[in-house]
Design a protein around this ligand. Structure first.
Ligand code: AR6
Length: 169
């Protein structure tokens, strides 16, 4: 059984085996949680992302996929980068957002990570409505077979924390 915990705060302060990054397909950094992870983790993360672009992901990482790098100076062993879908009012595919959580857990299992911290993927710049994103995140983690013992959702503000809390209780 995987324990789900909620934490309010900055994911770059967490001490876990793996921290998940809400990246973009370029893998070369951005704003939001991505910017914070690269800032606090230092240049080793970007170096490895650049190498991944040059080797396996010439066209970028697809939406819903995940890949790991070093965590640099973060208090973690790995950063798992995943690309959330951009929300579109005209129709967005929830399975792509679910895939981010499932693929990140698959990569975590490959690495042997036992504790994994997730941000609320796609709920910032990518505009996915918070309640729906929280439902997809919690349902997907609950229904994905994994050896990860603890999933920690690290929510940046009260609105995100409360949305995830409603899904858990
Ligand atoms: N710790 C935890 N959560 C955070 C932090 C933090 N330090 N900073 C922001 N959040 P976003 P997305 C929350 O925009 O929507 C980037 O530029 C934030 O409040 O970081 O998946 C990438 O490069 C929100 O709830 O990611 C992509 O281009 C959540 O993290 C694009 O943004 C996600 O917000 C990805 O957009």
């Amino acid at each position: 059984m995987t324990t789900i915990r909620l934490v309010r705060g900055d994911i770059t302060r967490e001490s876990v085996d793996a921290i998940v990054n809400a990246a973009n397909s370029s893998l070369l950094g951005g704003g939001g949680v991505d910017g914070a992870i690269h800032r606090r983790g230092g240049p080793a993360i970007l170096d490895e992302c650049r190498k991944l672009r040059a080797s396996r992901y010439g066209k970028g990482l697809s939406t819903g996929q995940a890949v790991a790098t070093t965590a640099g100076e973060l208090d973690a062993r790995w950063v798992i980068h995943t690309v959330g879908p951009v929300y579109q009012v005209s129709g967005s595919d929830p399975s792509l957002l679910a895939s981010c959580y499932r693929e990140s857990l698959r990569v975590a299992d490959e690495l042997g990570a036992r504790t994994v911290a997730f941000p609320a993927i796609s709920t910032g710049v990518y505009r996915w409505p918070m309640d729906d994103a929280a439902r997809i995140a919690v349902e997907t983690v609950r229904s994905t077979p994994t050896a990860v013992e603890e999933v920690r959702f690290v929510l940046f503000d009260d609105r995100a924390y409360e949305a995830f809390d409603r899904q858990l209780h």
